[in-house]
Design a protein around this ligand. Sequence first.
Ligand code: AGP
Length: 586
Amino acid sequence: MCGIIGCVSDANVVDVLADGLKNMEYRGYDSAGFCVYDDGTIRVCKGVGRVDEIARNLDLQSFSGKIGLAHTRWATHGGVTPENAHPHLSCNGEVAVVHNGIIENYQAIKVKLEAKGHIFRSTTDTEVIPHLIEEKLKAGRNYRDAVLDAVKELKGSYAFIVLFRDLCDRLYGVRKDAPLIIGLSERGNFLASDALSFLKYTNKAIFLENLEVAEVRRDGYTIWNFKGEEVQHSISTLEWESMVLSKREFTHFTLKEIHEQRETITLAFRQDQEDLDRFCLALQGAERIYIIGAGTSYHAGLVAKHLFLNVAKLPVEAILASEFEEYATLLDEGTLLLAISQSGETADVLSAVSVAKKRGVPVLSIVNMLSSSLARESEQTLYLKCGPEVGVAATKTFTAQLAVIYSVVARLSNLSIDLKQIAEAVEEVFGVERQMAYLAQALSTSKDCYFIGRGVNYPIALEGALKLKELAYVHAEGLAAGELKHGTLALISEGVPVIAINPSDKTYHDTLSNVAEIKARGGRVIGLSDVENSLYDYHVKIPSVEKLFYPLVEVIPLQMFAYYSALERGQNPDYPRNLAKSVTVK
Ligand code: AGP
């Protein structure tokens, strides 16, 4: 859950690295670091904090070099300290490494290396890599083989990039269970965790496969598998070049992405009909379908579960990806796994997929990131087509996931999609933005907030609560409205806010009864509904749509509420504490 980038060029790479790192800060932002080859030595600049702060405080502009590495960190092994920030260097300063992932056996390797006299300066797992490579060089291996030999000793899931002080025209990158992409441009070449980091300079990319090592030079590259055999990959042209990686007129990426839903929902509905047909055929052929996902993607999975069961009449269960292994007992050839993920790199999801594949279960996926690990592990993938999402909180990708799910369900049933009505309703719902900002202010001192909904609206209650927790750090719970009286009602007292997601579908009256129970205990109810009711202390009017499509227009006001609550409470919604967008550790 870190972002790594390396660049070899015929010009100074410092700004290119800083730019690239900023576009990958969503992967982690507790510390960052750079190194460049400069006049016979590797110069390092690293510290705790955001990329801009470090660059400013440590005078990155005084650095200059035509080859370098950079890293943005989300700590796993070792605290958030300047020493633990990457790059890490070997004892003699000959090998520099930036790394994303986990080296599981680093303690054993460290003990062996210390016995040979290596001195470690950090408490990270990463630092064993440069020391190990230095050992291999000392043993007479050439640069490439030193990397390949080191890799044989490393256990875990990782991608890393190596810069050798005495070989200042090339970088080496290694990929094992974590993404690594080569970018090819006229002025130089890249290795990075995410193509977003170099998209400003090139849209030509090569996606390394698992267990591969790449040598990237100023004017070319070579790729080998871990056995040292050369392999060839085609060059992809990324379609995201036109997607501007800026906040445009918005103060935060999160707000920009909330607003982009005006277009992205429609784009996600426009799936290629042949791809959709093939996808649906596979679903229909399954005796049992498991839907997996994490966080927001799991919530999309719960909406899918409701629609698959009740509309498409498919036998389906939704399971949290991180819990999947516990429930994998019934996997057989009749089973199908449908994995939902924005990044396609979430470790819990990939691990569930691997469990399923080992049992011969076919895997389908719904993914945003092209050529992600999940897409490559899947037999078929439907893409969200909503462009890069930079904000750590999933917003436009959630509604795009819903749009893809609706498209699948419509293809499998008589559900009809009125795209014009949906687009108009989405546009209309943006009319509540000021109301949501007002509510965020009115509730800015509340310590807790509850969200309730029934049926297909229940996952939206979960999603509303998740958004408020991660962006505004408010204790929030999403509940099936009927469950409130089975315990949580004890927490409702004078003034406690409850957001009731209560459209005029078949759940309306039952949810209204739950609202009455809350009111009887002094709770302050915000009714999110297309119809007004006197039980609500405050009514947020959502547009009327066909009943099963309410989730699309319910979630947008809740995203706004979380966003404005973060601002009211002095938090930066783009970079919530302790979190990272792509969770590549289990
Ligand atoms: C959403 O706002 C969260 N940041 C998080 O729950 C996210 O949805 C989860 O980590 C899954 O990520 P994925 O969709 O990339 O697999």
